[in-house]
Design a protein around this ligand. Structure first.
Ligand code: NAP
Length: 287
């Protein structure tokens, strides 16, 4: 059985690494803020001294950090992933980044004889805890195959797309649709309240029709009660909208609705809601 590294123990990384440990895998963890390693060490993980040391000591290492800047710095900075890559070592970045970032890391790792897979995930905190994420993979196909036992523990399904960057493209398109759905939903709830309808009635009516979906039913009741415990930070949602809009720009695709939604998230961030759940965008819309 392969040995696994896990770098980046935020909301998602902690849940995913926990599942690997609890499934009996040999796991070594590292996080920039090293206190976040303690709960995983208590579960049985080893703690690495640096990202490079984890990569060098494990067969396959996962990385789960905030954004393209973090993914690049995790790979290229002193003590980073690239330093630990030698022939036979493998790195799987499950962060949500743009296709250029995925491609840059892919080439650098390949140049050192390592294997790279981009594998951003669809699904949030609860699916990460339940091991029901969906992996959107591109890169080294042999690594996709070798990592399947771990992907199966952390997720319910994985896809492989042939060209590097396609995992990122798929993830950004999915999140662009999700972010836009959330602002439309928030506007509907907010308008409903202003005309005197009960928000829970709106959610119940939606539940009966073709526009129903698990996100509205999960987040809706919490939004009407003003509960925004963070599953997917609003600042990361805005990052994904921004990256999706850049993708649209690069491919000459107008994205009117998504642009408007992005502005709602930017405004929510300006108003201090960046660390709350992305559904907190309703707080701005209600104003
Ligand atoms: P998070 O809780 O904010 O965690 C971010 C992680 O990135 C932390 O471990 C942080 O380390 C690390 N980090 C940030 N900058 C870094 C740097 N320069 N070098 C090294 N490490 C760095 O975020 P999350 O919700 O787990 O999300 C992680 C990624 O998954 C993001 O790309 C997000 O878009 C994506 N995602 C999230 C969800 C979700 O529902 N939450 C769902 C799907 C995909 P510190 O602890 O030191 O700050």
């Amino acid at each position: 059985m392969s040995t696994y590294g896990f770098l980046g123990l935020g909301i998602m990384g902690t849940a995913m690494a926990t599942n690997l440990i609890q499934a009996g895998f040999d796991v070594t963890v590292w996080n920039r803020t090293n206190t976040k390693c303690a709960p995983l060490v208590e579960l049985g993980a080893k703690q690495g001294e640096s990202a490079a040391a984890v990569v060098a000591g494990c067969d396959i290492t996962f990385g789960m950090v905030s954004d393209p800047e973090a993914a690049l710095s995790l790979c290229f900075e002193k003590g980073g992933v690239l330093e630990g890559i030698t022939e036979g070592k493998s790195y799987i970045d499950v962060s949500t980044v743009d296709p250029d970032t995925a491609s840059t890391v892919y080439k650098a790792i390949q140049n050192k004889g390592g294997r790279y897979l981009e594998a951003p995930v669809s699904g949030s905190k609860q699916p990460a805890e339940d091991g029901t994420l969906v992996f959107l993979c591109s890169g080294d196909e042999s690594l996709y195959s070798d990592a399947q036992e771990a992907l199966d523990v952390m997720g319910k399904k994985s896809f492989y797309f042939p060209l590097i960057g396609q995992g990122a493209q798929m993830k950004l398109i999915i999140n662009m649709v999700m972010g836009t759905m959330m602002t439309a939903f928030a506007e509907g709830l907010s308008l409903g309240q202003k005309v005197g309808l009960q928000p829970n009635d709106i959610i119940d009516v939606i539940a009966q029709g073709a526009i129903n979906n698990p996100m509205f039913q999960l987040k809706g009741p919490r939004m009407t009660e003003g509960m925004f415990a963070t599953a997917f930070p609003l600042k990361h949602m805005q990052k994904d909208m921004r990256l999706a809009l850049l993708l649209g720009d690069a491919h000459n695709q107008p994205l009117h609705t998504s642009s408007a939604a992005n502005n709602a998230y930017i405004r929510a961030k300006q108003n201090g809601y960046g660390e709350e759940d992305f559904s907190a965008v309703i707080k701005n819309i209600e104003k």
